[in-house]
Design a protein around this ligand. Sequence first.
Ligand code: TRP
Length: 453
Amino acid sequence: MTDTKKSIHGQWSSRLAFILAATGSAVGLGNIWKFPYIAGENGGGAFVIIYLLCVLLIGVPIMMAETMFGRRTRQNPINTMKTLSEEAGADKNWHYLGWMGVIAGFLILSYYSVIAGWASAYVLKAFTGSFFDADASEIQELFDGLIASPVQLIFWHSLFIVATMSIVARGINTGIEKAVRFLMPSLFVMLILLVAYAMTTGSYDQGIEFLFMPDFSKLTGDSVLTAMGHAFFTLSIGMGAIMVYGSYLPKDISISKTVFLIAGTDTAVALLAGMAIFPIVFASGLEPAAGPGLIFQTLPIAFGNMTGGWLFGVLFFVMLVFAALSSSISLIEPAVAWLVENKDMDRKQACIWSGWITWLLGLGTVFSFNVWSGFRLFDRTIFELLDYLTANLLLPIGGFCIAVFAGWIMKQQHSEKELDMPNPLGYQAWKILISYVAPAAVFLVFLHVVGVL
Ligand code: TRP
């Protein structure tokens, strides 16, 4: 702990530690649970291409900006925006951006935790042999049974919140670094093995075609927004999570290289998940547009019918829960860092408060799958509404503001110094993307969705 800032502000022990933690934040349910089902709902290939473009042209430059903001000030996102706007002589209202991020973090974690709860429930199901020899309809019943039960969902949701908060309470070096170091590589290997299994289903080509052959006629304005929103969600950007991780980053590390590595790994995991899941979908006569239950209705079929499937199934869901944990801690870290730095709470107290709030909010999602499933606001259940509000609106709006600040408000010599790219062309490219391309793209997609374009 070389830093002089108070209490929480430790530092990652190395570049690798930051890479692992930020990759841990990026890789999560978004890659393995969400990406396949939204790709399925939005027709596959064309959606995937838009998503990849958004990651490269909008996501990567914004991720670099966020990391740089945090590292420059070494404070939580709210104070970061305050300090940076003072430094640039800009309006101090910019710190509301930090606030928006804290709120988005609570809202996302509230439903993230419920879905991570499903994954935890599946660890137990896999362990007790529930998938053994099961066909698609039995697996479907298993899933329907789980989400119909508020008691079970609340149990797993509570467990996940407690687990998240106990890791966060320990601080960055001990809790987060250790967990991720071993789990990330293992998850990667398991996904590759699952893709190998998918090759034996007889529907591999069909799955791959669905995922990679673009049919732009299937693309609607809302699918473009969903693809863009997902680029933010999957990279954990637009709400300060990466900013707060950047604030623990030692000064001598290259932000650009690190960000490319993280974004590349994140994308690879999502594509591998898709390549494992869609062949199983087609081989079992399932619907690609089955919605949020997609992986829970497909992968167990594979585990139930392959050799070694019992062990493999248990391990897979354990990994998924850990991938979710290393993401969820970054969702709540901005709020916790703020409570500690500005409200003089100790870390533990801050975690207890944040945990309760998230837990309560999460009940909305729990009930949206059963007792309140008929309730619709703007044509959406509570879960769908939270997902849309955060991933499709708050994160892109947050990202837009971050891009504008980095491109237009922050002094050029400051961003140049922080990014410190070996090749001057690299900085120029970043500057164009962050000042023009990223903000314009977000703006145009929004205009398109509200029907102006
Ligand atoms: N990126 C994670 C995933 O793909 C979710 C996540 C963690 C996140 N931290 C975030 C999303 C911050 C948005 C903002 O599962």
